[in-house]
Design a protein around this ligand. Structure first.
Ligand code: SF4
Ligand code: SF4
Length: 304
């Protein structure tokens, strides 16, 4: 079996989809993002804080690669429980945070490629744009990506490899799904007005995720009742008709004990006990420790 077919078959065993494109496409993605920054379509803070470090890291990992393997693995929102004064408070974490499937996919890809004398290493790239342009996913009006059969509940990953890409590897213009032409559900559900039905790119600098992932305080115009996840926001995904068949697929994941909850709320997040650190790792929240106290308190106050 040729390595590309072998790879697709192996990834399909965990319902993961993939595309393989020439590595030169990574530079096109960087240039496209740069153009959007110059034209003002991407907010300067987003470009400076997130995208510039991303591209610097990507440059260092490119050497010798021939292809980019882009993957989408099913992953659902996670349910998280906290205990306060003998009561349970439940909230959610969107599907994009936890990294668990990345390791499994990297293992499966490596396991296949090693048999052909080939390698793969994790790539750091703007994954949504790469997935859309490589034909793996499509944008929704909310700029969340959708994969046929998974809705928006999946995690993207990419890997540099010395695997030869197929000559007819797809490369498409980024555009929204046809379903979005006759739907405004996410526009109506978005509490901040970040989704603008007059333009393709959302105003990411107005998205709740932009604020609740950062340590700076919330601006006054954000109504605390809008928050709906421990980090990030799911409102525009939960109303989307493309997620209809997945809407009940929230997975129970992690329950924090009362002392652990108290520790989060009092923001004592250094030298955590191993069980608590493990729970935060499972949720993919170790990069967000400084914001958890503020976010959790906001959600609890909202819930009364
Ligand atoms: S809610 Fe409607 S407009 Fe928004 S992404 Fe989904 S299908 Fe598109
Ligand atoms: S994630 Fe939330 S704030 Fe951001 S666009 Fe969607 S609904 Fe609006």
């Amino acid at each position: 079996m040729d390595p590309i077919n072998h790879l697709h078959r192996r990834l399909a065993t965990i319902n993961c989809k993939a595309t393989i494109i020439p590595v030169s496409r990574a530079a096109e993605i960087r240039d496209e993002i740069f153009r959007r920054n110059v034209t003002g379509d991407i907010h300067p803070d987003l470009y400076r804080l997130w995208l510039t470090p991303l591209f610097e890291a990507a440059e260092k990992k490119l050497n010798g690669a021939k292809s980019l393997i882009v993957t989408a693995a099913p992953q659902y929102p996670l349910s998280v429980e906290f205990r306060v004064q003998d009561k349970t408070f439940t909230t959610r974490v969107p599907p994009t945070y936890t990294h668990g499937t990345d390791y499994l996919i990297h293992y499966l890809i490596t396991d296949v490629l090693t048999g052909y004398g080939l390698t793969a290493r994790k790539a750091v790239l703007p994954l949504k744009l790469t997935a859309v342009r490589s034909g793996l996913a499509a944008y929704g009006r909310n700029n969340v990506t959708y994969v046929f059969g998974m809705g928006s509940f999946f995690r993207l990953a990419a890997f540099y490899s010395d695997l030869e890409p197929p000559e007819d590897a797809p490369w498409e213009e980024a555009q929204a799904m046809e379903t979005c032409d006759r739907c405004l559900s996410c526009v109506q559900a978005c509490p901040t007005g970040a989704i603008d039905d007059k333009r393709f790119l959302i105003r990411a600098e107005k998205c709740l995720t932009f604020f609740n992932e950062r340590e700076q305080g919330f601006p006054d115009w954000i109504d605390p009742s809008w928050h709906n996840c421990l980090v990030g926001c799911l409102r525009c995904q939960l109303v989307c008709p493309m997620n209809k068949r997945h809407e009940k697929s929230i997975q129970f994941s992690v329950a924090f004990t009362e002392p652990e909850t108290e520790r989060i709320l009092s923001n004592r997040m250094s030298d955590l006990p191993v069980p608590m650190q493990t729970k935060l790792d499972q949720l993919g929240l170790t990069d967000y420790l400084p914001v958890l106290a503020r976010n959790l308190e906001t959600l609890m106050v909202k819930a009364g």
